[in-house]
Design a protein around this ligand. Structure first.
Ligand code: BQF
Length: 303
């Protein structure tokens, strides 16, 4: 089977179009959604991700506040900045670009972000709410994967999804979201990782495989069932002398071969990556809506 390519750029654009409408409505009520972006240090990949996020904000009408600290910044400086942003009423969402430079305590920084401004969904409060099926900011990449599947017509209910990877940012939250008894999910989930014996034995039983291992060629054609749906979350830079940048992006999947056997597959670039950014914008707009409602009396004392 030659797989249909799931076009993440197109679906992300569709979502940005929906968000533009919401932003218009918010602005009409006097609220401009604001996202504070915090970049510490000068890692080239992080700079490029931040640039992409700020550009996407501008496109839908979200005001982005750019905050940069040198790699030499102390934990206290960073904590001070986060606290300042927590108290800034123009800021509805706070994004601290990860990974932080060596020596900075990521967990402590994420814990300092106001959970109601935690648009990355990494605060333990949001992780807990999500796991309990309560309203929460959902981590952007896993939420992007769910939206990509839904908008491609894949109904997950009852399907067997094999997730490869158990990171706090992708694998763990995605597995939790997939098992929720909800419209988007209700799947049967297997989580595989570097400690899994006979990975192929699991992936061959999957209706949907999500590769989020962070290593090229983790998923090869012999490892999937004919007609499986394959989602590639990997974003790996590999050297490529023919590129101006000196590298190209590849996923975790052997795209060439796997796409001959799968029924649907996401490319890299242009698959999950653009959806990650779209869901960040979505969370920021949701944060602004919540504050807009609070201003309009939702939090007032009963008459
Ligand atoms: C695309 C990320 C690892 C570590 C920290 C579009 C992105 C990537 C690819 C992007 C990522 C990966 C981000 C494409 C944000 C996804 O066209 O394929 C967008 O910007 N991402 C990040 O902020 O931090 C990371 C991966």
């Amino acid at each position: 089977m030659a797989a249909a390519i799931i076009d993440g750029r197109r679906i992300a654009e569709e979502i940005r179009g929906e968000l533009k409408e919401s932003v218009r409505a918010l602005k009409a009520q006097g609220v401009t959604p604001g996202l504070a972006v915090v970049l510490v240090g000068d890692d080239p990949a992080s700079r490029s991700y931040v640039a992409g996020k700020e550009k996407a904000c501008a496109e839908v009408g979200i005001h982005s506040f750019d905050n940069r600290l040198p790699a030499s910044a102390t934990q206290e400086e960073l904590m001070g900045l986060v606290r300042k942003l927590n108290g800034d009423d123009r800021v509805h969402g706070i994004l601290v670009q990860l990974p932080l430079p060596r020596g900075l305590n990521e967990a402590e920084v994420l814990l300092a972000i106001d959970p109601d401004k935690d648009v990355d969904g990494f605060h333990p409060i949001n992780a807990g709410r999500m796991m309990l099926g309560q309203k929460a900011f959902l981590p952007c990449t896993p939420h992007g994967v769910l939206q990509l599947l839904r908008r491609s017509g894949v109904r997950l209910s009852g399907l067997h999804v094999v997730v490869i990877g158990r990171s706090n940012i992708v694998g763990k939250p995605l597995a939790n979201m997939l098992i929720q008894k909800s419209e988007l999910a209700n799947a049967t989930v297997t989580v595989c990782h570097t400690g899994t014996r006979d990975l192929a034995g699991f992936t061959r039983q999957a209706d949907v495989v999500v590769a989020a291992a962070g290593r090229p060629n983790t998923l090869t054609a012999d490892m999937i069932r004919e007609g499986a749906v394959v989602i590639d979350v990997g974003v790996n830079r590999v050297e490529d002398a023919t590129k101006k940048s000196g590298f190209r992006l590849v996923g975790d999947v052997d795209f060439q071969r796997v796409s001959e056997k799968a029924s649907m597959i996401t490319p890299v670039p242009g698959g999950v990556g653009p959806m990650t950014i779209a869901m960040l914008l979505y969370n920021t707009v949701e944060a602004a809506k919540t504050r807009c409602r609070a201003m309009r009396g939702g939090e007032g004392v009963a008459p």
